[in-house]
Design a protein around this ligand. Structure first.
Ligand SMILES: [Zn+2]
Length: 298
């Protein structure tokens, strides 16, 4: 399942490839699960929109859209793009928009979702649920065999929790202070931090020397400071690793898995700790496997 670093890497890869391109038409498949917004609304919002940017919000890929319809109207020969971008929202854009905020295409990859940048002649993979034809001639294709991924459109979409790579230390400390749940559960709580999943929670706790079952409320400021640094370090390392493999992911229609950070705890039950050789333990917390070193973590 793609976690924050994977989604960040994919969003960056997509941004580099399709920013500025215009979605000319949209095809949506007949399977209902991938469509979180009505098909007509998705198609109506995407068609004739320019992709102003692609970014990650929590574990979502967000395509920021702007209307491309005005671009076809004759405009005074002012300085190009910038001036146009500051103009008030064009009247033709997004008739169904409930607010004046620009439209967004939100993609959640679920377990097996992929967003591919394809050439029109590329064979259409099985389990393709959406195709956006771009003015450049390429296509954005959403492929998802298990159909846990979701496509929707929104205005002003924001994650509920704090962004782990942007949150400051004191805010981070306040998120966890006083909580009676195990710190592992708190790390996975998307209302606190947005986008930290099981693997990176275990890896962060290992690096911070904190057992996953410790109650969040029992952690000192220094514990939380170390955890804060560990979360950032782990996520940034994984994002750096992903840079080299993103082309396999967004440009190919193969089935390669995600790149992986060298795990120090996650998935290493019974294997020797890389620091002290003690066997890594596995416990289940809130239904999720948690891995830790009983000696290095307390
Ligand atoms: Zn150890």
């Amino acid at each position: 399942m793609p976690e924050l670093p994977e989604v960040e890497t994919i969003a960056r890869g997509l941004a580099a490839r399709v920013t500025g391109d215009v979605i000319e038409s949209v095809w949506l498949g007949s399977k209902p699960e991938p469509l979180k917004s009505p098909a007509a609304e998705i198609a109506g919002t995407l068609e004739l929109s320019r992709i102003a940017g692609v970014r990650r919000v929590g574990k979502h890929i967000v395509f920021d859209l702007e209307s491309a319809r005005v671009a076809r109207a004759p405009s005074p020969a002012k300085k190009a793009g910038r001036a146009r971008a500051r103009m008030p929202a064009p009247t033709l854009s997004h008739a169904s928009a409930p607010t004046s905020k620009p439209a967004q295409w939100i993609v959640h990859l679920g377990m097996t979702g992929r967003m591919l940048v394809s050439k029109p002649e590329d064979e259409i993979a099985k389990h393709t649920h959406a195709i956006a034809k771009l003015a450049s001639g390429r296509e954005l294709r959403f492929v998802d065999p298990r159909r846990f991924g979701r496509l929707s459109v929104a205005h002003g979409f924001e994650a509920v929790g704090s962004e782990p790579l942007e949150v400051g230390l004191e805010r981070f400390v306040r998120l966890f202070r006083g909580r009676k749940t195990p710190i592992k559960s708190a790390l996975l709580n998307q209302k606190l931090l947005s986008g930290v999943g099981n693997i990176y929670a275990d890896e962060s706790l290992f690096r911070a020397g904190i057992r996953p079952r410790r109650r969040a409320a029992s952690l000192t400021h220094e514990n939380l400071r170390r955890l804060y640094l560990a979360v950032q370090e782990v996520l940034k390392e994984a994002i750096a690793l992903g840079g080299s493999s993103v082309s396999d992911y967004v440009d190919a229609d193969g089935e390669e898995g995600f790149f992986q950070l060298q795990h120090r705890a996650y998935g290493r039950e019974g294997e020797p700790c890389l620091v002290c050789k003690t066997h890594i333990k596995r416990v289940v917390i809130a239904g999720r496997s948690s891995h830790y070193c009983p000696k290095c973590q307390s």
